[in-house]
Design a protein around this ligand. Structure first.
Ligand SMILES: *[C@@H]1O[C@H](CO)[C@@H](O)[C@H](O)[C@H]1NC(C)=O
Ligand SMILES: *[C@@H]1O[C@H](CO)[C@@H](O)[C@H](O)[C@H]1NC(C)=O
Ligand SMILES: *[C@@H]1O[C@H](CO)[C@@H](O)[C@H](O)[C@H]1NC(C)=O
Length: 297
């Protein structure tokens, strides 16, 4: 297994345009988000699980299908996950998770529709374990979390003391610590042999400027960068040599195909003929991209 890593690494060094030298030191994470609902709407699964490698969703499972399936580019990957085993694992975790939701509703003497969310995962850097988390929220409020240092489950609500006692008498502390510090990083290392090309990829942004006059007096210039990966990007406006403060900015969530978008808005008087320039800096670009707007456009 480990002989594959140098091959992938050297491929990336050849292919990647602006891959920094510290690729080795980049953090990678494996995490899961579980959601359970006590009274789902008709046709909606009561339990759903999503698996993430860094910020990209690669696995989906829900109680309706009862099967774990790959997402996005992982649909084309063979051999990373045994999907039948994975489906059984997720089914078993679903049973425990939904039983916990029932217990928690009991502690609160709640009936009706309630939501339970669990997130857990681990991170490695330079091939070594470097951090982990595991926590649950009930109806949107933090409920209980795991502390790997003590190690122990820490209740975040008075009612969660019941959950802590139940789990700790079941021997969950050592099992959880072992999962987070050993099993999870091992699984992550094995997944990385198949996933580095998706996680290390550099998609350069497409950039456009649009102009929109509102109320006759004010012109709004929007500089939009889209379809880029990874997420960190810097966008700003200049006039001549000086940076102009932007009026607002925004960013989109990761898209279906695993790319981001981000924008900055500048409001000027509609009589102002410019020019104004939008500067874009991203790890995929050897030098900043500069687009200029003036009134003739
Ligand atoms: C229960 O709550 C969840 C989460 O807010 C919601 O998606 C679901 O539709 C609710 N169920 C009903 C029957 O309204
Ligand atoms: C990464 O790990 C290798 C081998 O364990 C070690 O020799 C190297 O110094 C580490 N690099 C950094 C930047 O920590
Ligand atoms: C992502 O999808 C958008 C449309 O939704 C498309 O314009 C873009 O080219 C895609 N990007 C990649 C990297 O496939």
């Amino acid at each position: 297994m480990s002989t594959m890593v140098p091959v992938l690494l050297s491929l990336l060094l050849v292919v990647g345009p602006a891959v920094p030298q510290d690729t080795q030191n980049k953090p990678y994470s494996l995490s899961f988000l579980y959601t359970g609902v006590s009274r789902p709407k008709a046709g909606i699964p009561s339990f759903q699980a999503t698996g993430f490698l860094n910020d990209q969703a690669f696995l989906h499972y829900d109680s309706k299908s009862g099967t774990a399936e790959p997402l996005g580019p992982w649909k084309q990957v063979d051999g990373m996950v045994n999907w039948e085993d994975e489906s059984q694992l997720q089914q078993a975790r679903q049973d425990i998770f939904m039983e916990t939701l029932k217990d928690v509703m009991g502690y609160y003497r709640d009936r009706g529709n309630h939501t339970f969310k669990g997130t857990f995962g681990c991170e490695i850097r330079n091939d070594s374990y470097c951090g982990a988390f595991w926590k649950y929220a009930y109806d949107g409020r933090d409920y209980i979390e795991f502390n790997t240092e003590i190690p122990a489950w820490i209740p975040l609500q008075p009612e969660a003391l019941n959950t802590k006692v139940k789990w700790e008498t079941e021997g969950s502390v050592q099992a959880s610590k072992n999962y987070l510090e050993n099993e999870c990083p091992d699984m992550l290392r094995s997944y990385l042999q198949y996933s580095r090309p998706f996680l290390d990829r550099q998609d350069p942004p497409s950039v456009s400027i649009t102009s929109h006059v509102t109320l006759g007096l004010i012109r709004t210039l929007k500089c939009l960068a889209s379809n880029f990966y990874p997420q960190p990007i810097s966008l700003y406006w200049t006039q001549g040599d000086s940076v102009v403060e932007t009026d607002s900015w925004g960013e989109g969530p990761i898209s279906e195909n695993g790319t981001y978008q981000s924008w900055v808005l500048l409001k000027i008087l509609s009589l102002d003929k410019g020019p104004y320039s939008c500067h874009v800096q991203h790890s995929s670009l050897a030098q900043p991209l500069i687009l200029t707007w003036n009134e003739s456009q």
